[in-house]
Design a protein. Structure first.
Length: 345
């Protein structure tokens, strides 16, 4: 079996220790009780031993101790790559949280600061970004993704259970005339209104402002204090129903945006140093001049540097009538050039 050799950054400050029974320089990374380096270090070393992978274009946008943000154009259009990268990041013990923003083609990674030098951690993350292009990296199956989607929908509707229970108690104790203690009905309303109260307090404490949840909570409290339990319950039901619809709409919009971005062409024509060449979409760099011919989709956002075209923006805006865009005007990815040829910067 091939032995792992850990090379420290600063040799002069490393004490001598033993690794697998042989003298070695002690790494800066903490060793496990078995005497082996931490899993994150082994992962980096394994990446170095794999065959050379296709380069994945990425850019370090922001970095602070314990937090980095990368822009990776590929995750906006390649869902399988994004899933492989998420699997790799989730398996790394040094990483505590990962947040993908597919529409912005970026990923925010939080890790445990102090255990590994920030520069070494960024190098390790860059290796993971490239390694995710390897098709052998396992990703979540379609069944798991379907189950996750179903679970999210079930969780969104679960918030309606308590408001529905409070409404039933109010109906039984009010119009139907059953002897249900008012304290029980009032307590069920308080419990059902807790999500509204949490959102209102979060807005006051974190955002330092009053939002619509504050008004809703005030109205529920006043009507409940006046023993108008059915009115209070109806308000809670309508508020939570609105939250469910909003969440489902947001998820649907996110999926549609990903489908829209996935329809973009894999290769584009760019002009570099006065020469036209065809490159992969993720290899387009800021400052490149992208050439769009009739019948092609615009792959990137930008401004028209030269030319004039009739552009169909129905996929993006829903407007069925094409519009004419000329030099200096903005154009957006996923729109279609019906007529003309443009150079986009």
């Amino acid at each position: 079996m091939e032995e792992l050799v850990v090379h420290p950054t600063n040799i002069s400050q490393q004490p001598i220790t033993k690794f697998k029974g042989k003298p070695a320089l002690a790494p800066r990374y903490p060793l496990q009780p078995s005497g082996y380096p931490a899993a994150g270090v082994i992962a980096s070393a394994n990446l170095k031993r794999t065959k050379k992978l296709p380069r994945v274009t990425h850019q370090l946008v922001h970095a602070t101790p314990g937090r980095v943000r990368f822009r990776i154009p590929r995750i906006a259009r390649d869902q399988e790559y994004a899933q492989r990268l998420q699997s790799l990041l989730a398996d790394d013990p040094q990483i505590t949280r990962v947040r993908f923003r597919h529409t912005a083609a970026s990923v925010v990674i939080r890790y445990i600061p102090g255990t590994i030098a920030d520069a070494q951690m960024r190098f390790h993350l860059a290796k993971l970004i490239e390694h995710a292009s390897n098709a052998v990296v396992p990703i979540a199956s379609d069944v798991a993704l379907t189950q996750k989607s179903s679970s999210e929908q079930a969780n969104s509707w679960s918030g309606m259970k308590l408001p529905a229970l409070a409404t039933c108690l109010s109906l039984l104790g009010g119009p139907l005339g059953l002897s249900i203690p008012p304290a029980l009905v009032g307590g069920s309303i308080i419990i059902a209104a807790l999500p509204v109260a949490r959102r209102a307090l979060r807005s006051i404490i974190k955002q330092r402002r009053l939002n619509v949840d504050c008004l809703d909570l005030t109205a529920i409290s006043i009507t409940a204090a006046q023993s108008h339990f059915l009115t209070s319950c109806s308000m809670v039901v309508l508020i939570e129903l609105g939250e469910v619809i909003r969440e489902r709409t947001a998820r649907s919009s996110g999926r549609q945006t990903l489908d829209l971005l996935s329809s973009l062409a894999q290769f584009v024509w760019v002009e570099r140093d006065g020469k036209k060449q065809e490159v992969a979409l993720e290899e387009v760099q800021p400052g490149d001049t992208v050439i769009i011919y009739p019948g092609e989709q615009i792959p990137v956002d930008g401004h028209i540097l030269k030319g004039k075209a009739l552009i169909d923006e129905q996929k993006l805006t829903g407007e069925s009538m094409p519009v004419v865009r000329s030099e200096g005007e903005a154009v957006y990815a996923s729109t279609l050039v019906r007529e003309g040829q443009v150079y986009i910067l």
